[in-house]
Design a protein around this ligand. Structure first.
Ligand code: PLP
Length: 353
């Protein structure tokens, strides 16, 4: 605390990202990064961009990226808002579309950045409990609200709300914006993007960090009715006119256009997830059904914090959250097949010892 801090800064409770260790010998299964590199076409696009025009400011609207996303989903570029990571799209959404008199609603267990944005922008919220099996119960969202936001598949549970239920939630909530954070949708769910045509209060947010393996480039986007996109652009143009650099735009366009690499690598992650799930269940872990590139698992006889610590000693990083109801779970990123084998071997030694 310093006397120079504003009262806003004094009141903040910032988000804590997963560890990014300096020591690269560790097997990193803690921040849901993609184990496969981005498309080689992305690297080509970056090289070309470096060779050309870094002297000049980028296109403030990132029109090329709007078009690439629009083409991918068969929508209009005017329905797309590119951002510096989906976290930025989320931040602008909280400020521009979710700040009203009534409290917004989100699950008691979900992406822990949501309450942080509420703190930053002074937004009232109420949490809605997931069911005992960690599923979203859409009936519980039938109450007055200033908006609804959830991750689908949810984080850190990995559980998917089927697209039919998303549509039903939208049908019962027409008076406020419903935001679906689809950071992990490509690993096992059906995107709500096609519902944007029918529900003008739906905003879908996606990232290139996970399924397109570009966490280091910082690109995400929101898709929704033009009126919602205009709100986000008004916030953006009052904050930072150039959130995406030339490299980010060029790389993201190439990533959206290379469907083959995307398909291959996401299928590989899905296959490894199933192998890893079976392996952990074989050791007595309870593993929630996951539609994401991570799994959420607990062992009835082993304390999660202790397990996480023992794994770290063996050079394997996983994520442990201390929140209510989930403090006995580990969130484990699905890496390569080799990483899955090493993880299972390490756990067998710990648990067998
Ligand atoms: C990773 C993640 C994000 C943030 O993604 P970036 O585009 O890297 O900012 C947003 N929401 C959820 C649920 C995530 O897991």
């Amino acid at each position: 605390m310093s006397r120079f801090w504003s009262s806003t800064v004094r009141g903040l409770t910032p988000y804590v990202p997963g560890e990014q260790p300096k020591n690269s010998n560790l097997i990193k299964l803690n921040t849901n990064e993609n184990p496969y590199g981005p498309s080689p076409k992305v690297l080509d696009a970056l090289r070309t961009e470096v060779a050309s025009t870094l002297r000049l400011y980028p296109d403030p609207q990132a029109e090329d990226l709007k078009h690439a996303v629009a083409q991918y989903y068969g929508i209009s570029p005017r329905q797309v808002f590119p951002a510096n990571g989906s976290d930025e799209a989320l931040g602008h959404t909280f400020q521009g579309l979710l700040k009203h008199t009534k409290p917004i609603l989100f699950p008691d267990i979900t992406y822990s950045f949501y309450p942080v944005y509420c703190g930053l922008y002074d937004i009232a919220y109420e949490t809605v409990p997931l069911t005992a099996s960690f599923e979203i119960d859409i009936a519980a969202y039938r109450r007055p609200n200033g908006g609804i936001i959830f991750a689908n598949p949810n984080a850190p549970t990995g559980r998917l709300l089927p697209i039919g239920a998303v549509a039903e939630l939208l049908t019962q909530n027409t008076d406020a914006v419903v935001v679906v954070d689809e950071a992990y949708i490509d690993f096992g769910g059906e995107s709500a993007v096609p519902l944007v045509a029918r529900f003008h209060n739906l905003l879908v947010i996606q990232t290139l960090s996970k399924s397109r393996s570009l966490a280091g480039l910082r690109v995400g986007f929101a898709v929704g009715h033009e009126d919602l996109i205009t709100a986000l652009e008004r916030v953006k143009n009052s904050f930072n006119s150039y959130p995406l650099g030339r490299l980010a735009i060029a790389g993201a366009v190439a990533a959206m256009n290379d469907r083959e690499h995307f398909e291959e690598t996401r299928q590989a992650v899905i296959r490894t997830r199933e192998v890893l799930t079976a392996g952990l269940r074989g050791m007595g872990f309870e593993v929630l059904p996951s539609a994401a590139n991570f799994i959420f698992a607990r062992h009835p006889e082993w304390d999660a914090a202790a397990l996480s610590g023992r794994l770290r000693e063996k050079g394997i990083l996983v994520r442990h959250f201390t929140g209510k109801r989930i403090d006995q779970f580990l969130r484990i990123t699905v890496g390569t097949d080799e990483a899955a084998v090493l993880l299972c071997r390490a756990l067998e030694r710990i648990i067998g010892a």
